[in-house]
Design a protein around this ligand. Structure first.
Ligand code: GYE
Length: 338
């Protein structure tokens, strides 16, 4: 239900006392949007939340109900149901995990509220209008194909990789794992282990501490599925006396390419960082504006992303026959990042 900018009706008394009217501000109604956000686990997430809050502001004509679901699937479904009860105009969901959505999406459909999915995908229901996000499998393939070309350049013959994955069952985790694994299998690499760090710094540190003990001296690649996990993994490797980065013993690969991640690329700690762009809100707004205008939006909208490293990490590689480019990290690049 729309809420008027001016609240209830405004009484206008004319000086002559001849007319007393009730003026409603129908032209200035706010669009009510409910956003069920994953949580606050990473720099990426902070940027995503800020992007939505900036775009869906009162100034821009929106009334945003924001719920931080703290990585709790049940809480996220509850948030969606509370938006239905509030009779919001649109519901935005960033699904914590990819499955288990059909029932609640049917409830949204029955209530006549269009759902827009953002970032992670819903894989077991198509009862939403549009999805705006990233191709996570492509990100995983990029990391793998880059590693293949980089290892060739460096004369590294054997890859023994440890993966710290994101939250299990999130499409971002599934895609990145599948993409990297596909290249690993095609090239006979060893993936020694893959355990979840839940996309957090603490999780990354904890998993890496146990890897350093279990696989001491046996690994030369660490793949963290986001920058925050990489920050934790670096602390664990520092404590265990393991060197990493372009000049270290371990090639450290990360995803997201947030500002702090790119600073660590520039500082020669992270060898390559594969971007995931969190600034989707303007595209979501476009979808809403199309719906408001009675137009049919695209079912899928993909974010544009870049792959980052220092000069030494620039190698030629392809994904499915398409040439990829590495962007060299400079201060200007870091400055412009989210
Ligand atoms: O990579 C990670 C965040 O869903 C793409 O979630 C997102 C991921 C992102 O916590 O940092």
């Amino acid at each position: 239900m729309r809420k008027s900018v001016f609240g209830a009706c405004v009484t206008v008394s004319m000086i002559a006392g001849l007319a007393v009217g009730c003026m409603t501000a129908s032209a200035d109604e706010l669009i009510n949007v409910g956003f069920a956000q994953v949580g606050h686990e990473s720099d990426w997430r902070t940027a995503s939340t800020k992007s939505c809050q900036d775009v869906f502001s009162e100034e821009n004509g929106y009334n945003l109900s924001f719920v931080d679901c703290d990585n709790d699937e049940a809480a996220q479904k509850e948030a969606v149901r509370s938006f239905i009860e509030q009779e919001v105009d649109y519901i935005i969901i960033d699904p914590i995990i990819a499955t288990g959505w059909d029932t609640v999406l049917t409830e949204c459909e029955d209530a006549g509220i269009p759902v827009i999915v953002i970032d992670r995908t819903i894989d077991d229901s198509d009862k939403y209008v549009s999805w705006v996000g990233s191709n996570f499998k492509t990100e995983g393939l990029a990391a793998g194909e880059w590693l293949k070309a980089y290892a060739e350049k460096k004369g590294i013959e054997e890859i023994n990789a440890l993966v710290i994955s994101g939250s299990t069952g999130a499409s971002a985790q599934i895609g990145r794992s599948d993409g990297f694994r596909e290249v690993a299998e095609a090239n006979g690499w060893n993936i020694l282990d893959e355990q979840t760090g839940d996309f957090t710094e603490a999780g990354g540190q904890e998993v890496m501490e146990s890897y350093c003990k279990s696989y001491e001296g046996k690994f030369n690649v660490v793949v963290c599925q986001n920058d925050n996990e990489a920050f934790g993994a670096m602390t664990a490797m520092d404590n265990a006396g393991v060197s990493y980065g372009p000049n270290g013993d371990v090639i450290l690969i990360s995803f997201d390419a947030c500002t702090a991640g790119l600073e660590d690329v520039k500082a020669e700690k992270i060898t390559a960082d594969f971007e995931c762009n969190p600034l989707a809100a303007p595209f979501v707004e476009e979808v809403i504006q199309q719906l408001e205008a009675g137009e049919e939006p695209e079912k899928e909208v993909y974010m544009v992303e870049h792959w980052y490293g220092l000069e030494d990490a620039v190698v030629d590689f392809e994904i499915d026959g398409e040439a990829q480019e590495m962007t060299v990290v400079t201060d200007e690049v870091i400055e412009a990042q989210y």
